[in-house]
Every structure is written in C-alpha cells, then in structure tokens.
Design a protein around this ligand. Sequence first.
Ligand code: ADE
Length: 420
Amino acid sequence: MTVAHDVKDLELATGGRYRIDWAGQEMNVLKQISERFAEEKPLSGVRLSACLHVTTETANLMKTLQAGGADVVLTASNPLSTQDDVAASLVVHDEIPVYGIKGEGKETFYKHIHAALDHKPHITMDDGADLVSTIHKDRQEALDEIIGGTEETTTGVIRLRAMANDGALRFPVIAVNDSATKHLFDNRYGTGQSTLDGIIRATNILLAGRTVVVAGYGWCSRGIAMRAAGLGGNVVVTEVNPLRALEAVMDGYRVMPMMEAAKIGDIFVTATGDINVIDEPHFALMKDGAIVCNSGHFNVEINLDALAAMAGGPPNLVRPYVEEYKLGGRSVYVLGEGRLINLAAAEGHPASVMDMSFANQAMAAEYLMRNVEKLQTQVYTIPEEVDMEIARLKLLGMGIRIDNLSDEQEAYLNQWREGT
Ligand code: ADE
C-alpha cells in the first residue's frame, strides 16, 4: 500500500530516484552520518515532521533520518520549490509521506503543513519556521509531543529569536543556520551560485557588462555579489547596516541607496529578509527592461502588489518564470513571482554544499534526542566540536589533508609569558 501523500504524479518516481542518487554522490558527509545512523539508530521511534524544500538534496537527508530510525514526513517549505519527481520517488521508493506540488497555491501549502503536523511529531525540522509558527498559532495541542525543533535558514532563526525574546517559544530549537559549516558555505557559495543559475535559466541573458544591484550584504548577498561580479556584472550593493555597507565598499562594490540604484540597475536581486526592499518609488525610477528577482526566504522583499497597481493589472508571462509588468512606456520583468529564484527557476544549492547543511540537520536531530533532559525553551547553536567534525569530514571526503598543531605549537598557544 502506498503511504499517504499529495504529490503531482507518482509516475515521475523513477526519474526522481536517478536524480536523488546523483545528488547523493556529492553528499559524502551525509553518507557517513547515514552509515553510522543505520548502525546506532539514534532516532529510533522518533516521529519527525520536516518542512523543507523538496529537492534531491532534501531527499538524501530524509533517507538519512529514516536510516537513523525516524518515522519521517516531508512537506514543502515553498510553493514553487518542490521537485515533483523527487516527491514521487520518496513516496514510492522510500515510503516517506510527502506533501508538495510545484506551483501549489497558498491554501494547499498550509493544508500540507497541517498534514505534516497530523503526524504528531516529536521533532520539527523547518526551513523558514513555518511548522513552529503554525504549531504556536493554530496547533498548540502538538506541543504535548514535541521534544524540539531544528531550523535551516537565516529568516527562520530571526523569527525564532523574536519568539524566544517575546517569551512565546514553547520548545528548544537548534539554529542550524548558525553553524559555521552551514552559513559560511550554503548561504555564501550555495546562494551565490544557485541564484545566478536561477536568473540565467529563467532569462538566458548575458550578465557581462550589466549593472547588477544586490540588496543586502549578509552571507547570501555576498555570495550573489561575488558570483555576479565573476560573470562580468557591475555590482552595486544596497545596505542599511553601516558595517556591512563598509565591507561591501572594501570588497570593491559601489554602495548607494536603492533610490539611486533603481535608476541604473539592469538586474535587481534582493536577499535581505525584510519587506518591500523594492517598492513603488523604486519601480517608478527603473529603466525599461529592468529585471527584478528575489533570493531571500519569503516573497515579501519585492512589493508586487504595488507593481501590479502601477501596471493597472496582472503581468504577462513572457517565458517560464518571467512576468512583464507594463508601466506606461516601460516594462519591468519579475522573475519567479518574487519567490526564491534559485529554487523556483533552478534546483537550489548544489548537493556538495547542502551536504554540510544537512549533515548539521541530521546531527541536530540526534543532539536533540541525546539532550532531551537538558535543553530549555531556547534557540541553540550546535556545539562547536560538532561543527568542526562536519568540516573535518567534508575535507576528508574531498581528499584534502591539513596540518596538525605540534605539541610545541599547542603549548605556545596556551601560554601568555612568551612574546618577542
Ligand atoms: N535550500 C537551498 N538550496 C536547497 C536545496 N538544494 N535543497 C534543499 N534546500 C535548499
């Protein structure tokens, strides 16, 4: 009998399995964790509900958690990011209930979140805190069973810290995003590459010589700026944080307010985590043909309602993921409905980088189980030694060896008398 699911088409399962295995070849750290989990079964008897992007990389994480003994259910963390063949394969080949269909509406998205909570999880695994926030708002009965949660992304961690500061958070959550082996790699190199991949797949435009405006200069935006510059773009950064703005300047980018950048940009990419970063006054100044997209978690960074109002109606779909808003004599093009362009028009971050993010997720679930008694209702970071172990395993998998401190060097670092 097939497990419960709401996916596009189970016939897609075979293709999905090939792609999941292909990604798995790049996920060496996760593979090693999976082998250990299969022996030690640290998640035995644990019901785990995950709300993540349904991708080939996530599928490998789900299989790892299952190998560790968890009873896993997966729901989509974004209406446009689901890879339908992957969803089908997890249902058919791994008996994992999956709820996610690429292009699903908001109502279906939340129906799916509730279906994942019907699983009565002991652990929640979020990318954007949708499970946690739904539990706290609408499904408080779920709190009885929950031991803790994990959170993948910057936006989710910001939401969780706001809940903790308000005294609203009711169970411990591990902020996977805070691990160095997550944000320094996934956010920077993963978002950098996959965002440019999404823009190029959606538009097929040449970036060389174009002015690319990157909103924000956090780890994700840094990656985007770096890769846009690598493809020959003239990068402009907008920021509100003086320290980050200064870093952007010294990294060699022009920095200016969005009202100025709006006039000169050819391509705009937001990754700030905040709302209405590109708004009506900016659209009013944009050049004919300007392209606007988002790589931040939620579709709130570009004010599309304002743009639709300015255009006096809905946009024209000129090619998949490219919508044209006509503003008098000018056109502004929005990619991927203002949702994560890297997952809407491309496949998200490559497996090699998700390997470390999802190694953190698997280790975080294990950590929650091993420390149930000790943990308070707080937002935690994974212990540094776990983070370091993930880095060590990643290097090992890449065949890269590094030096070790000699006893003499170790002793030197631990003393304070010796100087010049
Ligand atoms: N977030 C960004 N890229 C991703 C991927 N490939 N899989 C899951 N979550 C992601």
